[in-house]
Structures are given as C-alpha cells and as structure tokens.
Write a new protein. Structure first.
Length: 167
C-alpha cells in the first residue's frame, strides 16, 4: 500500500496507452475538504514553459468541474486492470447523485490539498498553471466539433509537483 516518489525522468510508461487505453481519474478537492473524481481517457503529458506538465480536459457539466475550478491542485491517478470496473463506474455515475468513490471501492486521501487513492498504481499531483475553455473558433479540423454540443472542455495545464508509484 506504500507509495514511493519518483522523478518525471523515471517515468517509463507509454502515455498513449496509459491515458487512452488504461484511462485515469481526474480528481480535486474543494476548500471545504470534499473530493470528487471522474474517469478520463483524453489528456496529455509533456513540457511547456520549461515545466513538466500534464493536460486534462473537463466538460463544464461534470460535477468534477466544480472541484477543478475551486482548487488550485488537480491530480491524475492510474490503476491496474483490476480496477477497470471502478473506473467505468466513475465515468458513468456523477458524484452529484451518489458517493461513487465508495461505490467504486476506492479509498481517497488528500495530500497537501491534492487527491490520491490508496488503490492507485501511480498518482501524478499537479498545480494548475493554465485553465481555459476550448475556443471552437480555433478548431481547424472539421472532425472536432462533432464531439461537442456547446459543452467545450475546460483545458487545465498542471505543473507536475510530485509523482508517486506503488512500491
Ligand atoms: C473512458 C471514459 C473517458 C472519459 N473521458 C472524459 C474526459 O476526458 N473529459 C470529460 O469531461 N469527461 C470524460 N468522461 C466522462 C466523465 O467521466 C463522466 O461524465 C463522469 O460521470 C463525470 O462524473 P462527475 O459528474 O462526478 O464529475 C469519460 C468517461 C469515460 C467512461
């Protein structure tokens, strides 16, 4: 159950597989201490403004959006295949309607205002450095608009503060 901290240079996972295929939980904590999380399979990791960053994309109607807006921290957590059902649940149910974290059998904890899960195999803790709504006027490919019904994602770019991996 213990985690060890690793450096970004020590990450040797394939980001396309991790985000696109394994999926991740995007989590944040409100100032009142409450936590919410949601499954995501779109996102990115890289280097920007001389910082190691991740990008995540949250539609405005998600309950999680209230949390990512209210907090200056966001985390992304990755899980083993045995948690596929838990991630499916967190991607189908809203924390507005139920305690989906308990229903999913996950145990959240807060670390310096950021959220981790005991069951995660890797937690990447970020600090928001950019937040903004996607501008459809900037869509170049005609393929993009079909993903929306006016509910353009808020893009969060987060500086990676810490990475923990299960020992
Ligand atoms: C595999 C998968 C990937 C998803 N990726 C995203 C995403 O990148 N951005 C997003 O806003 N919603 C995404 N969703 C939808 C949210 O996870 C879903 O609407 C969730 O119920 C929101 O929960 P909340 O209302 O508690 O925030 C995804 C769902 C699934 C199942």
């Amino acid at each position: 159950m213990a985690f060890k901290e690793i450096k970004t240079e020590e990450l040797n996972n394939n980001v396309f597989g991790d985000i696109g295929k394994k999926w991740m939980l995007i989590s944040a904590q409100k100032p009142d201490g409450s936590i919410n999380t949601m499954t995501a399979s779109w996102g990115a990791m890289g280097v920007l403004w001389n910082k190691n960053v991740f990008f995540c994309f949250v539609r405005p109607q998600r309950y999680t959006h209230e949390f990512t807006e209210a907090s200056d921290k966001i985390s992304i957590s990755f899980f083993g295949e045995e948690y596929r059902d838990a991630l499916t649940l967190c991607g189908r149910k809203s924390g507005r309607d139920c305690d989906k974290i308990s229903l999913a059998g996950l145990t959240p904890f807060a670390e310096n205002g950021n959220v981790g899960f005991k069951e995660a195999e890797r937690i990447i803790y970020g600090k928001k450095i950019y937040a903004g709504k996607l501008d459809p006027k900037a869509f170049i490919s005609e393929d993009i608009e079909k993903h929306y019904n006016g509910d353009y994602h808020t893009v969060y770019i987060c500086e990676i503060e810490k990475i923990e991996e299960k020992e």
